[in-house]
Design a protein around this ligand. Sequence first.
Ligand code: ATP
Ligand code: MG
Length: 144
Amino acid sequence: MSFENEVRLVLPAKSVNEGYARVAVAALAAQADPTAATLADVKTAVSEAVTNAIVHAYRGVEGGRVYIKMKLDGEGLMTISVRDTGCGIADVKQALEPCFTTAAAEERSGMGFSIMAAFMDSLKVRSAPGRGTTVTMKKRLLRE
Ligand SMILES: Nc1ncnc2c1ncn2[C@@H]1O[C@H](COP(=O)(O)OP(=O)(O)OP(=O)(O)O)[C@@H](O)[C@H]1O
Ligand SMILES: [Mg+2]
């Protein structure tokens, strides 16, 4: 059986849609019959990426959108990209460091990217100041 499938979502950058993204990614991932732990990891990583787009990318901007592309290949490898067209990140290397945050005043801990890296098999961040950010993550969903 082939798991090949692909879903694209365009969501307004509102905090209610963090939950929507979690459920949507879980619905697609479930088609590859992952363990409950793997499914939980993917949901957590996606919600961190979507939350970043909502709270950081469109700070002070109305009407922003979050673009999510999720793809399952024939071998049960899931690729998820979360893209925004917001403020971008000036120094990606610094942003990826554990505990680095530009929102300490809002009690953010700077652990979002570390969580994504730990819970997924790979994490790639591409960003350009003023243009936006794309976070691409991969995870093997098939049981051993
Ligand atoms: N989509 C984005 N657009 C603009 N800046 C971003 C985006 N995602 C992350 N950042 C920047 O990278 C920093 C680190 O992100 P990370 O998710 O690791 O931590 P955080 O969001 O600050 O805190 P936490 O995720 O623990 O609540 C953020 O503080 C922010 O400056
Ligand atoms: Mg974060």
